[in-house]
Design a protein around this ligand. Structure first.
Ligand code: CMP
Length: 136
């Protein structure tokens, strides 16, 4: 049996800009997640660079960091049994065009960059990403 886990979710600028944050939070709650902490913030580009450091060698890194710091985001610690995998399932594939029916990215994502949500991809990264935003 899986254990209760916490993971980090970000509602990205494209979704906040379209006022989708409350709708997306409701999807998490309807799918059994508890929102433990949340805040709406806007990152400096340098902070986005630090957050996405694992992608620093990728060709899309600069655009990705410009984008994440381009407007307000909502960052949340969400909790559920098996939260890391459950969140990734609920978000759907990174590219909304490839995301399954019923996933957040299928419903709201615009493109691989403007894909509405981010979620940690492992328990280890969830811990790192939660500390990044909520360790004050
Ligand atoms: P996210 O889950 O936030 O993690 C890194 C982000 O990079 C990803 O969502 C996408 O929005 C963005 N990205 C842009 N281009 C690519 C690509 N070719 N492959 C994977 N991620 C990409």
């Amino acid at each position: 049996m899986s254990e209760t886990e916490q993971t980090l979710s970000i509602i990205k600028p494209d979704a906040v800009e379209r006022n989708l944050d409350e709708k997306i939070k409701l999807i998490f709650k309807e799918n059994g997640f508890k929102i433990i902490k949340e805040k709406k913030i806007q990152l400096e580009k340098s902070e986005a660079e630090q957050f996405y450091k694992v992608h620093e060698t990728k060709p899309f890194y600069n655009d990705l960091c410009n984008y994440l710091s381009s407007g307000p985001i909502v960052v949340m610690i969400i909790e559920k049994i098996g939260a890391v995998a459950e969140n990734r399932r609920l978000m759907g594939a990174t590219d909304p065009k490839k995301a399954e029916e019923g996933t957040i990215r299928k419903q709201y994502g615009i493109s691989i960059d403007k894909n509405s949500v981010h979620g940690s991809d492992s328990i280890e990264n969830a811990n790192t990403e939660i500390k990044f935003f909520f360790n004050s």
